[in-house]
Design a binder for this molecule. Structure first.
Ligand code: SF4
Length: 480
């Protein structure tokens, strides 16, 4: 069912649910109540709930439970980077040691074999994605080797999406040629911000000419689908400076733009402590930068997808939004139907219909475990029937900003209003602040103001979340 069918949308919102003119005064009034940490819901239950008691045997059992006709997604985490960007909270290894990527390739091949031994056969793959770190830290022949390692062990279906995250500062024309020859058809460029003062502060000097040159090279080689990643809330950013970034970005007309909020998580990324707090825009300025950006992107013809993605109307994400097939997982927003994601490399997270599993983050420990012939499982969780229902509900909210009570009952049985009474109570408080509109039977639509605070709407359905503990435990990033 498409977004315009079934559950109605709030008055005054456009087809993607954003209000054409947000009531800033109203937003500023309610905003202080919602400043605080919260999950991004790339999984449910969220990672802090998972347990270290989830063993390699559990991991193997989750793989064995996949049906032989499953069409899966594959992910490889390539952890290496040549230098550290000071905003970054990813799992990465800063190195120039040429031996490490070779050992990494040997180990990920062994890890793929360990997983294959548990799977019910040779599975089909509809989506393959490499993230990092910097996947283009690998040399051209290493790129070919990793691609072969994955495509030899799984059947890439015709039309599979094959995508990679690249850092324009280190990616060469030769690497682009190899990616095109392998069949990569989508490329995601880290851009963040093109303003020089901000780039100096985040330790990432990347003139836009570099980004444009790589974009043109990829398109010329037939990698036509291009994403740009941007970040708002970085040091020295203002509405005006970020408008300058958008001017440059829009001149290259990427198919998709991911606009992430900077996550100030100094307990994970100690180098962020180097940012003087005074250099970071305060919460009100952050939201102003974000809202100005979404207006600008809408004016340029981009459609808002979920919480933080924007796509041209002909892009698959926009089409998936209309057809109700948009999904959210650890790779972000995706158009693929199935939930099963098999992930490889240090820190990689797999999601199956029954479980989530993360492998060891620490590179030497990951090497040691896999070289000893073990799946390097570090934590995970088996999903209960209640978790599965809430995962689906939270997914609908994060993707479509709406929910149909009848659809939940059709999929999972039970009575929506009784089974989710506590969530509905929480939503009524949000309704008073104008974040959602609730109907008698429990149908939910998120308003334009609510779209800005979407994580709070999803949090109403999170049965594992203790908001007070999350505040004090410094577990999650700021919700806006
Ligand atoms: S932002 Fe990307 S390139 Fe920079 S340190 Fe993080 S993973 Fe590496």
């Amino acid at each position: 069912m498409g977004i315009d069918e079934g559950v109605r949308r709030p008055r005054g919102t456009n087809r993607d649910g954003w209000e054409s003119e947000l009531d800033f005064a109203e937003l500023e009034r309610i905003f202080p109540r919602y400043v605080g940490p919260g999950p991004r819901y790339t999984s449910y239950p969220t990672v802090p709930v998972w347990t270290g008691a989830f063993e390699p045997d559990d991991h193997a059992r989750a793989l064995r439970a996949l049906p032989s006709d499953a069409e899966i997604s594959l992910y490889a985490h390539v952890p290496f980077c040549a230098s550290l960007c000071h905003f970054c909270a990813c799992n990465r290894v800063i190195t120039r040691d040429p031996d490490l990527p070779e050992r990494y390739l040997q180990t990920i091949e062994a890890e793929l074999d360990l997983a294959r031994a548990e799977l019910p056969g040779r599975l089909r793959c509809g989506q393959l994605h490499w993230g990092g770190g910097t996947p283009t830290h690998l040399h051209p022949r290493q790129i070919e080797r990793l691609f072969r390692a994955m495509s030899d062990r799984f059947d890439l279906v015709p039309g599979a999406e094959i995508s990679i995250e690249v850092d324009p500062r280190v990616t060469t024309a030769e690497q682009v040629d190899v990616l095109a020859d392998c069949g990569f058809n989508r490329i995601s460029l880290g851009v963040q911000d093109t303003n020089e003062e901000t780039q100096r502060a985040i330790h990432r000097i990347q003139p836009f000419s570099m980004t444009r040159g790589l974009t043109e090279r990829a398109r010329a080689r037939g990698i036509e689908r291009v994403n740009y990643d941007l970040i708002y809330g970085l040091p020295h950013q203002t509405v005006e400076s970020f408008a300058g970034t958008l001017d440059e970005v829009l001149s290259a007309r990427p198919d998709r733009i991911a606009l992430y909020g900077y996550a100030h998580v100094t307990w994970v990324a100690k180098q962020q402590r180097g940012f003087e707090r005074g250099d970071l825009p305060d919460p009100a300025r952050r939201i102003e930068i974000f809202l100005s950006a979404i207006r600008r992107l809408a004016d340029a013809g981009y459609r808002a997808i979920g919480m933080d993605h924007f796509a041209l109307p002909e892009d698959e994400l926009a089409r998936a939004l209309d057809s109700g097939t948009l999904r959210r997982n650890f790779m972000g927003y995706t158009t693929r139907e199935g939930v099963d994601v098999l992930a490889f490399g240090p820190s990689a997270i797999s999601e199956t219909r029954d479980a989530y599993v993360q492998v060891e983050k620490d590179l030497p420990r990951w090497f040691a475990e896999v070289e000893a012939g073990r799946l390097a499982t570090t934590r995970g969780i088996w999903l209960t029937p209640d978790d599965r229902a809430r995962r689906w509900i939270i997914g609908r909210i994060m993707c479509e900003a709406r929910l149909s009570a009848a659809e939940v009952e059709g999929r999972f049985g039970g009575c929506f209003r009784d089974d989710f009474a506590a969530a509905l109570d929480r939503l009524r408080a949000l309704e008073k602040d104008g974040l959602v509109e609730l109907s008698e039977n429990g149908d939910l639509v998120v308003t334009g103001v609510g779209r800005v605070l979407l994580r709070h709407v999803a949090m109403a359905f999170d049965a594992h979340l203790d908001p007070e503990a999350a505040q004090s435990a410094r577990t999650f990033s700021q919700t806006v």
